[in-house]
Design a protein. Structure first.
Length: 349
């Protein structure tokens, strides 16, 4: 039997094209394995081979998702593949979103098995876990030695036509899909057994795991708003024209710090949005719609609050991982508290 034919999807970095300066490259294909594909070649042990690699810049994909997906599918189809592997993307947000989107499109439009690998907090996980088999990885490329064998084992099982077992059995991320099954013991017995194990401090595994919500306590209300210093922040992507800090349009890894000094309105001559998750037409026509500097200045002059903090922060919330957003918030919060800011107005889209 001939080895199965697998196409591997990579971004510009893992494809060896370049770093962020090459994030705008359009999809291109190469014969055989590239970069991490060499590790897959060894892990597949002759049962399958990487016959081709498709590479696309993270920025190009994020800004042209529908077009880029079509271009990538055409390149994959040209290799007459039996399956597709995307990534692993680890904790790279834009890359993870692209890997999930490509694998989902391959499954839905080419009717081929596809899987990916990502860190649990990669935004691609929440976006595509229901439709794509995703193998958990570490948060950086050092974990490739564990990711590649796990992904190889699963893609071979999918190629063979075997039905995958549960996420716990097979080692992929839970997809939130529940199926009916028969158990030799009734639920009441199993529930009591779990309760007793819990009371005795013994290990047990629930059959119905609950989501773990990140609960943040509400800060107390301002006692003296008339003398308060208020800061303005946004995750709607409003930045000085030209996006000097190169904040990504999706899955942001950075934020910008800018000054309002001497400025009364966020005009289209000064500002534009870097956000890739909504139609930018109206925000670019009048950036005050997302970053209401004009209204804040009016309220400041009327004495509705003490004063507007002259430094403001901006980033893009589109696809940004929870871990990265938490990091942004902690850094901003520490800086604002040190500057004596009393409250923050955070605008979004």
């Amino acid at each position: 039997m001939k080895p199965y034919r697998i196409v591997h999807y990579l971004n510009q970095f893992f494809g060896g094209v370049g770093g962020e300066e090459k994030a705008d490259i359009k999809p291109e294909s190469r014969e055989g394995a590239v970069g991490p594909g060499v590790a897959f070649k060894a892990a597949l042990k002759g049962e399958a081979e990487i016959v081709g690699t498709v590479i696309c810049g993270d920025g190009y994909f994020a800004e042209n998702m529908e077009k880029a997906t079509g271009e990538i599918l055409a390149l994959i189809a040209a290799f007459k593949a039996d399956a597709v592997i995307t990534g692993p993307a680890f904790n790279a947000g834009r890359y993870g979103a692209a890997c999930g989107a490509v694998a989902d499109a391959v499954r839905a439009k080419l009717d081929l098995p596809a899987l990916s690998g990502m860190y649990e907090e990669n935004p691609g996980v929440d976006l595509y876990r229901k439709s794509v088999v995703i193998v958990p990885t570490s948060d950086n490329a050092r974990g490739i030695k564990d990711a590649v064998p796990a992904m190889s084992r699963l893609i071979l099982k999918m190629l063979s036509g075997e039905t995958l077992g549960s996420a716990a059995e097979e080692g992929y991320m839970e997809r939130g899909i529940r199926v009916n099954c028969f158990h030799h013991r009734p639920g009441a017995e199993r529930a009591v057994e779990m309760l007793l194990s819990k009371l005795r401090g013994e290990p047990f595994a629930t059959e119905y795991p609950m989501p773990n919500f990140d609960r943040v306590p509400i800060a107390p209300a301002l006692k003296d708003i008339k003398n308060a210093t208020i800061a303005l922040l946004t995750d709607g992507g409003i930045v000085p024209k030209g996006n000097p800090d190169r904040i990504e349009s999706s899955s942001a890894t950075r934020y910008g710090t800018y000054s309002f000094a001497g400025i009364d309105s966020a005009t289209d001559k000064l500002y534009a949005t870097a956000h890739g998750g909504y139609d930018p037409t109206y925000a670019n026509h009048d950036p005050n719609r997302v970053l209401p500097l004009d209204v804040m200045r009016d309220l400041e002059r009327e004495g509705a609050f003490g004063k507007l903090y002259e430094t403001w922060y901006s980033t893009v919330g589109n696809g940004t991982s929870v871990a990265m957003a938490r990091k942004f918030g902690e850094e901003m919060g520490q800086a604002l508290k040190a500057a004596g800011v009393d409250a923050v107005i955070l605008t979004s889209t």
